[in-house]
Design a protein around this ligand. Structure first.
Ligand code: ATP
Ligand code: MG
Length: 307
């Protein structure tokens, strides 16, 4: 049993829109990245976890609380950052924070002052005059001020400037180190790479696969382009048995894909040759997942299969 359990959750909005049989879990202390193209079903799933929507079938629970039946406990105990922040226009930041404190029963766990400083939020401004980023920061402060153990973050850094995105990622790293359980939907691969232990991929409302982040990173290939000093250096390398993706004797160049486990033999083969230049091009998590975004085909993890 995970800390967060989603079990065959289905909400069909018609015309192929919605989520279908979505099943996954997030273990205690784990950060699960939730990736998928626009309209894939990430926010719908997260809203069900918050108990805001009633599923047609299936269920979800958080820390043993049924998300639908114990909606108010979920609201009090889970740090939720919605994809789209909607706030009452008639209040200023401080009034909104006070209102949320009463709802969340912060008590002695009140971290609002620390969070306002960390995210450089001026709480005195009227909400209706706040920029999107400022509203976002206000949402961050209210979501985390009661120090919740479980965080549901729906595209948490959208609307934040690059410096604030960094502040946010550092903040989530700290939360992780305290053993918090986190579900994070995102389109930002660097964020996913920096924070997530596992990644669940959703497309067209269906969970396609769940992969281990370290395994994906390990399976990514490193590509090197080598320019040799002379034709004989080129020939020596080609005779070493290292497979090349591309080679051209005339220019004395070749391109080699090196899985992590073959790095030593690649370096050994190179050490016998004189080299003009060596350029590395690592396949990033972004390129890896772009493949998924573009095609609906499944792809291998670890062995890295690209269409
Ligand atoms: N209340 C609703 N009524 C009808 N259709 C809905 C409703 N909410 C979501 N949908 C549809 O369900 C699908 C999933 O939407 P959802 O907002 O969960 O996607 P998402 O993965 O969060 O996308 P994005 O990356 O754009 O935020 C979309 O096709 C959307 O149009
Ligand atoms: Mg969304």
């Amino acid at each position: 049993m995970g800390m967060i359990n989603v079990n065959k959750l289905t909400k069909d909005y018609g015309h192929g829109r919605g989520i279908y049989d979505v099943t996954f879990e997030v273990g205690k202390g784990e950060t699960l990245g939730f990736l998928g193209p626009n309209g894939a079903g990430k926010s719908t799933t997260i809203r069900h976890l918050m108990g805001f929507s009633k599923p047609q079938s299936g269920n979800a629970d958080i820390n043993g609380m049924d998300c639908r039946k114990m909606h108010s406990e979920i609201l009090r105990n889970v740090g939720y950052l919605p994809g789209e922040v909607a706030m009452p226009d008639g209040l200023n930041g401080q009034q909104f924070i006070r209102m949320m404190k009463e709802m969340r029963c912060c008590g002695k766990n009140d971290r609002s002052a620390e969070l306002m400083e960390r995210f450089q939020l001026d709480p005195c401004a009227d909400i209706k005059r706040m920029s999107i980023g400022e509203k976002r920061k206000l949402a961050v402060v209210t979501a985390f001020m009661s120090d919740p153990e479980i965080l549901l973050l729906d595209e948490p850094t959208s609307g934040l400037d690059p410096l604030m995105q960094e502040v946010f990622i550092d903040f989530i790293r700290d939360e992780k180190s305290k053993g918090k359980t986190i579900l994070l939907s995102s389109h930002i691969f660097s964020e996913v790479e920096a924070l997530c232990d596992r990644i669940a991929i959703i497309k067209d409302g269906k969970l396609i696969s769940t992969v281990d982040a370290a395994e994906v990173k390990h399976g990514l290939k490193n590509e090197f382009t080598v320019a040799f000093r002379t034709a004989s250096d080129f020939d020596r390398f080609m005779a070493s048995g290292i497979a090349t993706e591309w080679s051209d004797r005339r220019s004395g160049k070749c391109t080699v894909c090196v899985p992590d486990e073959d790095t030593n033999s690649f370096l050994k083969a190179l050490s016998g040759c004189r080299i003009k230049s060596l350029d590395e091009h690592s396949v990033s998590l972004e390129e890896y997942f772009m493949h998924f975004y573009k095609s609906s085909k499944k792809f291998a993890v670890g062995g890295v299969s690209y269409a």
